[in-house]
Design a protein around this ligand. Structure first.
Ligand SMILES: [Zn+2]
Length: 362
């Protein structure tokens, strides 16, 4: 038996042992209903953040929208490890319904940002393109691994290769911001990936275009292991009013090891971070995560993503993602508290939304 198969077997055994959500110890609210928070800012309108599962997130301000990591087709672990993955039309149609219900509209999405090339971050994009979910061309901000995976869609996708600021604050160039609409701009930030299970990271390296040549783009029935991550990116999203950033959100992709170029000091001086959207999966493998970022950025709220089991049918009631110590995330965050960044309870600071939940800030 290959090492990868053995690890997947262990992972599946561990998933059987996972308790249901209600046993999460620290009382963090798991939002099933849309919620709204008043946060001191110069926003002139509400900012809406829609969580759709994994790291699939949409944001909307004044009818301008942006999307991250489109993925609904949750796959059984045995298919990920040993079989082929393919689009799950039932799951995608539920996802599209959730988008509609929340008042979002993919026809108004022109820019999509991808954190990395693993299937659970980009796999459903071809389906959405095939089914005319977007108006015409989309601008896809991503790494070269994702460009190789989706090269067959080059007539419909305008690929924009992410460029990130260097760690030297003096070298920070504000031309790296992507001005995607009148009130929204996005800055890619180099990031990294935590191991998946037992300290091992799967699907490392760059996807090769020739591996993807063979796949039928109408169902993309493919080997999950071919969807390699490539360079990982986090994103900083600014809401702009009167030519100035008035609200700032960190979209933190995979759990990362801190390095100085996560967010140059020069960027932070311009505007602090209001909301951090952070992945919880595999956090226990990176001891500095999320404490390093949270202690430095001191956000007013933290939205937790990639918390639910994506080896389970998307249309079923979610349970916790296996191979993740959810409690460790909150313990490490709690240690990062300081005089400048302090919160009463975990339930006050963290929001763990069900897929389909809209979180609004005014
Ligand atoms: Zn990944």
């Amino acid at each position: 038996m290959k090492k990868v198969h053995l690890l997947l077997l262990l992972l599946s055994l561990q998933s059987l042992a996972k308790p249901p959500i209600k046993y999460l110890k620290n009382g963090v609210a798991i939002n099933k209903c849309n919620v709204s928070y008043a946060i001191q800012s110069n926003l002139l309108d509400s900012l809406h953040i829609l969580y759709l599962g994994c790291n699939n997130v949409m944001m909307k301000y004044k009818n301008e929208q942006v999307m991250f990591d489109p993925f609904f087709s949750y796959q059984a672990l045995k298919k990920v490890g040993l079989g082929k993955i393919k689009f799950d039309e039932k799951a995608i149609s539920l996802g599209l319904e959730r988008i509609k219900q929340a008042g979002f509209d993919l026809q108004n999405v022109h820019d999509i940002f991808i954190s990395h090339g693993h299937y659970d971050h980009v796999f459903d994009l071809p389906y959405l393109i095939n089914h005319q979910a977007f108006k015409s061309h989309i601008n896809l901000h991503c790494n070269t691994s994702v460009q190789n995976e989706l090269f067959k869609f080059k007539d419909r996708i305008n690929f924009i290769t992410n460029q990130s600021p260097k760690c030297d604050s003096n070298a920070y160039d504000d031309k790296l911001w992507q001005n995607i609409s009148e009130h929204i701009r996005v800055l890619p930030l180099r990031s990294s990936h935590a191991p998946h299970v037992l300290g091992v990271q799967f699907m490392k390296g760059e996807s090769k275009a020739n591996k993807f040549e063979q796949y039928d783009t109408t169902n993309f029935k493919s080997n999950a292991m071919h969807w390699k991550g490539g360079k990982e990116y986090a994103y900083l999203v600014d809401i702009i009013e009167n030519s100035k950033p008035v609200f700032r959100i960190l979209m933190q992709g995979p759990s990362i090891k801190p390095c100085p170029d996560i967010l140059p000091e020069a960027v932070l001086k311009e505007k602090d971070v209001d909301i951090a959207v952070m992945i919880i999966a595999s956090n226990q493998y990176v001891k500095e995560y999320p404490g390093f970022q949270l202690g430095r950025l001191k956000p007013k709220k933290v939205i937790i993503t990639h918390w639910e089991n994506f080896f389970k049918d998307y249309t079923k009631e979610p349970t916790l993602v296996p191979s993740t110590n959810h409690d460790a995330f909150f313990q490490k965050a709690s240690k990062a508290q300081s005089k400048e960044w302090n919160y009463k309870t975990d339930a006050d600071m963290f929001i763990m939304p069900y897929p389909g939940t809209k979180i609004s800030f005014k």
